[in-house]
Design a protein around this ligand. Structure first.
Ligand SMILES: C[S@@+](CC[C@H](N)C(=O)[O-])C[C@H]1O[C@@H](n2cnc3c(N)ncnc32)[C@H](O)[C@@H]1O
Length: 258
């Protein structure tokens, strides 16, 4: 996949940061010493951590150079490091591992999630939020258009870049045997969007990216036009002319035994 585009990602930053705020609100820690933001992106989630835990040693981890550069500009006092979450090893055990909208890009959750949990200090917390929208029209339609003859050879298995999530009780089971507490929940946000084009722009910053990245520029335009046509039909205008984008997200907050 080509590198992320921080400017495009930040265009819907308020909406994207709301689940990060709601995840953090459920973290039952007063003053953690070491905090890690996995998949920190442009630093929007790291900024929340820095505001809530001003005394903590915070590090943001990401494998996108562009995102790290954007995060460093935003928070010059915070440490940001290039690493792949899949192989990441902390220098010393963190009190909080926080991953907002990142782990859906990392495979093998049955191994990954317990492995991250085991890296915590006793009494530490693992907090995760992931979009759970693969069954939504936005994502169903990108797979449908990608399967059309004009695009399928180039796009191939782009859909596989994003990990198929477990069920919410599956995540509970992964952690509950070892944890002091496991808090899981699922919310479907309803975002009023100005137009079908705005919905396309939103998903271009994230889920649509692996599909579009694989197409030559001319085909990208064709793909996006056809995709927007279908999005337009799937998200009808509401009473104010806006489109309501339903966006389900899954949350997991697990505490280690002290
Ligand atoms: C959707 S953004 C989330 C940014 C931010 N945490 C937020 O709350 O909005 C996902 C981030 O995860 C990063 N990412 C994806 N896969 C990764 C991996 N295997 N290792 C490290 N970072 C990864 C991407 O580079 C991107 O910056």
């Amino acid at each position: 996949m080509l590198d992320w585009n921080p400017a495009l990602y930040r265009r819907y930053e308020d909406e994207r940061t709301r689940p990060a705020i709601e995840l953090l609100a459920r973290v039952p820690l007063e003053a953690p010493r070491r905090v890690v933001d996995l998949g920190c992106g442009p630093g929007n989630s790291t900024e929340l951590l820095a505001a809530r835990f001003p005394g903590a040693d915070i590090v943001g981890i990401d494998n996108s150079r562009a995102m790290l550069e954007s995060a460093r500009k935003r928070l010059p006092a915070v440490r940001f490091e290039f690493d792949d979450i899949h192989d990441w090893e902390p220098e010393s055990a963190p009190d909080l591992i926080y991953a907002n909208a990142a782990l859906q890009w990392v495979p093998d959750h049955e191994t990954l999630i317990p492995r991250l949990f085991d890296k915590l200090q006793p009494g530490g917390v693992l907090a995760i939020q992931m979009p759970d929208n693969r069954a939504e029209p936005t994502h169903r339609l990108m797979r449908e258009v990608a399967a059309e003859a004009a695009f399928s050879a180039a796009i191939g298995d782009a859909d596989k870049l994003r990990t198929e999530l477990l069920s919410i009780d599956g995540y509970y089971d992964l952690l509950a045997g070892n944890a002091a507490t496991v808090d899981v929940w699922r919310t479907a946000y309803q975002h009023p969007m100005a137009s079908a084009a705005a919905i396309v722009e939103w998903v271009r910053g994230t889920g649509l990216k692996p599909f579009v990245d694989r197409l030559a520029p001319g085909l990208q335009q064709d793909f996006l036009a056809e995709y927007e046509r279908r999005v337009d039909a799937a998200y009808p205008s509401r009473a104010d002319g806006r489109r309501l984008l339903a966006f389900p997200r899954m949350f997991i907050v697990a505490g280690r035994k002290a």
